[in-house]
Design a protein around this ligand. Structure first.
Ligand SMILES: [Zn+2]
Length: 234
């Protein structure tokens, strides 16, 4: 998860277990608009090696949504930052949902780079008849803007909600990835990750956005302070 950072350093932030695994979360978002019910990042589902990844935490997303009175058929849209298995799990869990992904990400999933071929699983492909492909920067739903960032994957995108909150996807997976050069070994284009992070950190701080981090254990979004490339969490 920490790329070039020596283990001696990252183990102080995220203590590994005896098998060298660290604790991570998969915190998606439920976004409700006047005429849509959106799930951002449905997470892990289906046939995955739960023992290898030590997937222990329930409830499932469906149970969490039920807690808000949302049944799977009530979800009108699902949005993916990218289509790796830990974000796009079983693309068809919501029978009425339009599935929103970047065109380049769909292309990467359907003809994957050799480095990522195992991270894109056929079982996670959103159904093509309900797929809505966006390209670059768009606002597919009122108040829900996306921007393609690339970096982690060719078509990775971030989500900006009403110019008030930023969902980083895997561009910044946890609060310990705040420093731009701190990337993941999974990032296909680390230099692009760093550059997009530099730009979005400046914008998020200037605009006072709330920052949602998908793999961060603490689900509470945070704001940033700082300038000129040096930032800290509030
Ligand atoms: Zn991820």
């Amino acid at each position: 998860m920490f790329g070039m950072v020596p283990r001696e350093r990252w183990k102080q932030w995220c203590p590994p277990d005896e098998r060298n695994r660290i604790r991570l979360a998969t915190h998606g978002l439920l976004v409700r608009g006047d005429d849509f019910t959106l799930v951002v990042e449905p997470g892990i589902s289906g046939d995955v090696d739960r023992e290898l990844f030590a997937i222990t935490k329930e409830p499932t997303l469906e149970e969490s949504l039920a807690g808000y009175g949302v049944a799977p058929e009530d979800v009108t849209h699902v949005l993916f930052t990218h289509l790796h298995f830990d974000h796009a799990g079983s693309g068809d869990r919501f029978p009425n949902a339009t599935c929103i992904a970047q065109l380049r990400e769909w292309e990467a999933m359907t003809s994957p780079n050799v480095l990522h071929s195992r991270s894109y699983r056929r079982a996670d492909r959103p159904p093509e008849e309900r797929l809505q492909l966006v390209d670059g920067a768009e606002e597919p739903l009122s108040g829900v803007a996306v921007r393609r960032t690339g970096g982690h994957t060719p078509g990775h995108q971030v989500v900006i909600l009403e110019d008030q909150a930023l969902f980083w996807g895997d561009l910044m997976p946890t609060r310990f990835h705040l420093s731009p050069p701190r990337f993941m070994a999974y990032d296909l284009m680390p230099a692009d990750v760093a550059q997009r992070k530099i730009e979005l950190l400046a914008e998020s701080t200037e605009k006072g956005w709330l920052n949602f981090l998908y793999h961060e254990l603490d689900p509470v979004p945070r704001r940033l302070v700082g300038k000129d490339g040096r930032y800290a969490w509030l």
